[in-house]
Structure formats: C-alpha cells, structure tokens
Write a protein that binds this ligand. Structure first.
Ligand SMILES: C[S@@+](CC[C@H](N)C(=O)[O-])C[C@H]1O[C@@H](n2cnc3c(N)ncnc32)[C@H](O)[C@@H]1O
Length: 429
C-alpha cells in the first residue's frame, strides 16, 4: 500500500482552496465564508471525469454552497448537505431564481420602510452581547443597526414569498457588514476602531441597497442551468437515509482544528431567527462533526483507523500535559470515527465509476502533526475505496487564517498543508 503525497499536483495554490477569487463571482459573492473553498477546485474535479446527463454531484459538507452552485451553473444535478441552518439557507438561496419584477418591488418597499424613520425594536436588544448595555464594554451591534435590520425583516413579510429569501439574505449581509465584530477564523474579532466607526441605520440601508442590487443583477445575468437543493441535516444520518447515488462527491469536511463553525455564525443564526436561545445553538453544535472541544459530544467508541493514526494518537498522548485542552486526543479520535462513518456511507452511495475528492488540512497539537490526509486515505481504503491521489494544494505559512485557528503556542512548531484526497470506487486503470 503506497501512501505518497503528490507535491506536483496539477491544481496547486491558494486559488484552489480559498474564496479569495470568489468575491467577484456572480451568485457566489452573495455570501462568502472564510472556510469556503474555490469554485476552481470544483471545476477541476468535474473536468477530470466524464459526467453523464443523469449524474449527480454531492457535497455532504456544503457550507456556503460552492459545490452545488458550481454544479448548477454548469447544468449538473446536485445535492448539498449542511448542518448549519443559516449556511443551508445561504446555499439554497444561491441555487434559486425568482421573478425579478417582484423582487425589485420587494426591494423598493423594504428600502422605503427603512428610510421612513420609524424603527422597530429588536428582540435581541439586551440579549447577551448583541446590543449595548451598561455592563458591557463590547457589543456586537449598535441599537440603531439592530432596529434597522428588524424593520427590514418585518417589511419583507409583505414581499412576494418567492422574493423573501433574497431580501433576507441581503438584510443579514448588511447587518454583518455593520456588526462591530467580524468572523476571523476561530472567533469573532472586534474591528479596529469600531466605536469610532459608530455604525448606524444609514450605513445599514446603504449596504442593503448595494447587496440587493448585486443579487438582482446576478439573477438577471447568470441564470441557473439546473435547480439544485441543499438539505439542512447532519450528513452522518442524512447520507444513511437518502436514496440518491452520486457520480462525483467533492467536499471539504470541517478541518480537525478545534474550530466550531456554528459558534462563529452565532450572530447570523440569531438574526435570521434560526435559533432564539443558547440551548438551540447547542443542539446545532452537537450535530456537527466532532472537530472541536467546546461541546460535550458523546465519546468515541472505535480507534481502528490504521497505522498512521495509531502513531499520531500515541505521539499525542505522550505530550498530553502540553495540550491546551485535555479532550484533544479524544476529539482527534472522535473526528476520525465520524469521518470513517462518512467515508463508508459515501462508498455505499457511490456509483460504480464514482470518484470522491476530499479537501482537508493537516493539523498539529502540542507540536505533534496529525496527517489528516494520510489517515483519511488509509481509512478510505479500509472501507473499500481505491486511493487515486493525495494532491498537495498548498503548504500553509505561519500567518494566514488557517494558522490563526491554532492556539498561539502551537504555531512555531506546526507545519500544515492542505491537500485533496482523490478516491475512486473502482481500481484505477
Ligand atoms: C470547511 S466547511 C465547507 C465549506 C464549503 N466547501 C464552502 O465552500 O463554503 C465545512 C462545513 O461542514 C459543516 N458541517 C459540520 N458538521 C456537519 C455535519 N455533521 N453534517 C453536515 N455538515 C456539517 C459545517 O457547518 C461547515 O459549513
């Protein structure tokens, strides 16, 4: 069994693994997330195989929808799965079109309402750190912004049902543009000079106007060739229950970096009313792949993940005193238990000539490298996949957002890489 890294992979460089080239791309730009990857890697995977007219592309961790959207724009049937209801909403919205007359009308009504002066109170005023209060030194939104958002949200109820999701996405994006903090890898970080900036309802309204214009322009200029769908589910159970089969799976599961994606989207989840208290947020966190230590998920039962895993797990135990959280070894084990389940289910749902492209990053704890790509390749082989390639996309520098997901103490010794594990259901000719 060979387990070699392909350092000469054709699709190399940050253009393939980050959203940095997506900010100008129609539809993709409606809502970009830092952990999203590039449509270029999706195009590369699609171009590498010959797809039939009935073939489907699957992404069981679809985040902001890069995979289903790229597929739908090329006229290919597609299914995404995403556990975070806000991100599932973002992805589904990017996959939809509507009557532009009605959307323009809804946008106009919403802007008129926002400019009318009278603003609605928000239920988030006084809740946690959402708004200013005497006890807080930092707060996420100025009251003026929260009220403008709420006013817009209510105004959208009068819009045609098919336009509402576009208006709501633009409202949420406008609120986040005027949030005093922004997502920065692992956490929400307060913007430099946020108090001086003093975001208000005028800034909010201008952002909403810009975003909805972009959405309208993109729907007009870039019609979808196929309608795709994203299920808001935990892929560990959704894959077991679906009847679909796929020809190509391209996906980027959560990285093993103790980064809880649902926590970073807390403002969006509350604003868009997908959750109304911390308990509901916790329920979402419990449904995510066990790649973080903040939630009390159930402990893993298995550890048969191959030789490379065994070595890494034993090295990790030897530095357990140096780890910033004592649950890290258990998290690593739980992560591979989840990923083994996913790889097994994907194998069951794969057509005889299917391929799976799994984009991952290695990680490091207490100076011990966890070669996630190599371990996943071994697990994949153990559940029936043939390993075609482990293509290195890039080595990560000591700065950059992926590094910032690691605790400071671990940065100097860790050398990380992003790679794609390419698997085939049948032996490579
Ligand atoms: C690395 S991101 C994927 C980003 C995506 N490729 C994009 O371009 O936007 C991983 C995603 O997996 C989701 N996720 C985590 N656990 C999940 C689960 N059990 N089922 C489905 N999605 C899950 C996270 O919410 C996150 O959005």
């Amino acid at each position: 069994m060979t387990m070699q890294l392909n350092e000469d992979f054709e699709f190399r460089g940050p253009d393939y693994s980050t959203t940095q080239t997506s900010s100008d791309l129609p539809r993709h730009r409606w809502y970009l997330i830092k952990e999203g990857f590039s449509p270029k890697i999706v195009d590369a995977a699609i171009d590498s195989i010959e797809l039939g007219s009935k073939d489907l592309i699957l992404d069981p961790f679809c985040g902001s929808g890069t995979v289903p959207l790229t597929a739908a724009l090329r006229g290919i049937a597609t299914l995404g799965i995403e556990v975070n209801p806000f991100l599932a909403f973002v992805s589904n919205t990017k996959l939809k079109s509507c009557d532009l007359g009605r959307l323009n009308e809804g946008a106009k009504q919403t802007i008129d309402r926002l400019c009318s002066g009278k603003k609605k109170h928000s239920l988030l005023e006084g809740y946690s750190t959402f708004s200013r209060s005497k006890e807080l030194q930092k707060w996420l939104f100025n009251t003026d912004v929260l009220r403008a958002f709420t006013t817009g949200w209510y105004a959208v109820q009068n819009a045609h049902p098919s336009s509402r999701r576009f208006l709501r996405l633009a409202l949420t994006k406008a609120a986040m543009d005027n949030c005093n903090a922004r997502a920065d890898g692992k956490c929400l970080r307060y913007r430099k000079g946020w108090k001086k900036q003093d975001f208000g309802s005028k800034d909010f309204t201008q952002c909403f106007r810009d975003h909805i214009q972009t959405i309208i322009g993109d729907i007009e200029s870039l019609p979808l060739k196929k309608i795709g769908h994203v299920a808001n589910s935990d892929s560990r159970s959704a894959l077991a229950n679906t009847k679909i089969t796929f020809r190509l799976c391209i996906t980027s599961p959560p990285y093993l970096n103790s980064f809880d994606y649902s926590d970073v989207y807390r403002p969006e989840l509350f604003l868009s009313q997908f959750v109304s208290d911390n308990d509901q947020l916790r329920q979402i966190r419990l449904r995510t792949v066990r790649s973080h230590v903040q939630t009390r998920w159930s402990p893993p039962k298995h550890n048969d993940f191959g030789e490379i895993y065994r070595r890494a797990a034993s090295d990790l135990l030897s530095v357990s005193e140096d780890l910033w959280d004592k649950r890290i070894p258990l998290m690593v084990q739980a992560y591979f238990e989840d990923m083994k389940k996913i790889l097994k289910l994907l194998h069951q749902k794969a057509k005889p000539d299917a391929q799976a492209w799994i984009v991952v990053s290695t990680s490091a704890y207490g100076g011990v490298e966890i070669p996630v790509d190599l371990i996943l390749a071994q697990i994949a082989e153990s559940v029936g996949w043939f390993l075609y390639d482990i293509g290195v996309i890039r080595h990560l520098r000591h700065s950059g957002h992926h590094w910032s997901r690691l605790p400071d103490t671990e940065r100097p010794s860790a050398k990380l890489r992003e790679s794609v594990v390419v698997l085939g259901k049948r032996k490579k000719k």
